[in-house]
Design a protein around this ligand. Sequence first.
Ligand code: SF4
Ligand code: SF4
Ligand code: FES
Length: 245
Amino acid sequence: MAEVERTFRVFRYKQGQAAPSYQTFKVKAGPRTTVLEALQEIRRTQDRTLILRHSCHHASCGTCGMRVNGQEVLSCVTNVQELGAETVLVEPINNIPLVADLVVDMGGFYERYVDAHMPYIRQSEFEPDADLPEGIAQYTRYENCLECGLCVSACPVMGSTSDYLGPAALAAAWRVVAEPRGQDAGRAAEAALEWVDNENGCWRCHVAYECTEVCPSDVDPGGSIMALRRKLTGRKFRRLLRLER
Ligand code: SF4
Ligand code: SF4
Ligand code: FES
């Protein structure tokens, strides 16, 4: 593939402006040019005021999430030519407060993970050279969340209420329930189930799986939410049966 010219239509907004706008740039893209590289080229050669966020450039840090032609993606691994469009529309992710241009404030997103009774990050009880517990492979995907926010952006329920815990936090809660790790595993799992068992937790989901569709790391938040529901429903049935006896 040879170098091609593409029109980038980029969302622009700075604090204090009455309304956002879109700015057009022409960019040359080679066969391996990514959207992130094209935006960095714009910053270097055309407009140094363009604000964007990135770090690793290889789909690990989760900081470069954007909507490209309406689709949530990591811009560092989104190839410009493979988009197959003359115009590349670039916008910030949805449902997370905007800071400027393509950057959103992830503070509220991270806070959703933090709960005194359900610590998302726990101290390991394993010695550094300990073997992994049997069956750990099946839980690996819960460790894979990049905290990129793409699932939150794609979720229609997050668009209608900011009270919803949202797909990433619910997937984290399911990890705590499903992963039999830690000396306090039983208590943490109970607390996590308690945390999600309400109208803003796993019952708010509309089961459309947009979150799972856009997740770049195979976390499957939609599947995690359904697993939480199954777990809670089973627990309620068991309690009812005990009451009837
Ligand atoms: S499955 Fe649930 S959490 Fe995922 S996008 Fe749909 S409504 Fe949102
Ligand atoms: S669950 Fe997937 S899409 Fe959501 S924040 Fe984690 S890695 Fe990103
Ligand atoms: S720059 Fe780190 S995931 Fe894209």
